[in-house]
Design a protein. Structure first.
Length: 202
């Protein structure tokens, strides 16, 4: 097993709404706090290799417990190293549900968080973040899984991808039309699984 297998970034702050802005700056002394020494040795140089490895990991963007705010899942997209600070660019992933402080508290041990979130810092933890969240039903895609595609209609995942693409391109009308297709397909599939006969002419 490699040093960085099944690891993730844990970024914690007390600043209000910090993760909504897409960038955040840490004092370099807060980097890799409470992190396994083997991981620290691998990443502390913050050279290009280390930065690339950090950006490949999923990230949990959390708040200090006193803030009482929702944690979000995403990724680090850029790291700018300055003399005394690290400027982190980030992207939140809307396919994962936000995590409440109470929910995160319940998962602390399985997420390798063995202390209260009471200090602003950036650490790297040993846990399969996305699997843990998926197992607890926090994937927004979970409700689509296990529903068979209906004959003659597009695949659910393909429709969802098209919806997101239209929204990203600010093509809201097209996105709405795709979303209607997705909703109709989901309802039909659910009804069919319950033995309800669907008249597609209506």
């Amino acid at each position: 097993m490699g040093v960085l297998d099944k690891t993730y970034n844990l970024l914690v702050t007390a600043a209000r709404d910090a993760w909504k802005h897409g960038v955040y700056e840490y004092d370099v002394s807060r980097f890799l706090e409470r992190t396994d020494p083997e991981i620290v040795e691998r990443l502390e140089s913050l050279d290009q290799r280390a930065r690339d490895e950090l950006m490949r990991m999923p990230a949990l963007f959390a708040y200090e417990s006193q803030r009482g705010a929702l944690a979000k899942v995403g990724r680090i997209t850029d790291i700018l190293v300055r003399s005394s600070t690290l400027r982190v660019a980030l992207e939140l992933d809307g396919s994962w549900r936000p995590i409440t402080p109470a929910g995160l508290e319940k998962m602390r041990m399985v997420l390798d968080i063995d202390w209260p979130l009471s200090r602003t810092h950036w650490s790297v933890r040993r846990a399969d973040l996305l699997k843990v969240l998926r197992d607890r039903g926090l994937s927004q895609r979970a409700h689509l899984e296990g529903i068979d595609a209906l004959e003659g209609e597009p695949d659910l995942e393909a429709v969802e991808t098209a919806v997101r693409d239209s929204i990203d391109k600010n093509q809201l009308a097209a996105g709405l039309d795709r979303l209607h297709t997705l909703a109709t397909k989901t309802i039909r599939a659910f009804a069919r699984s319950r033995g309800v006969v669907i008249d597609k002419t209506k």
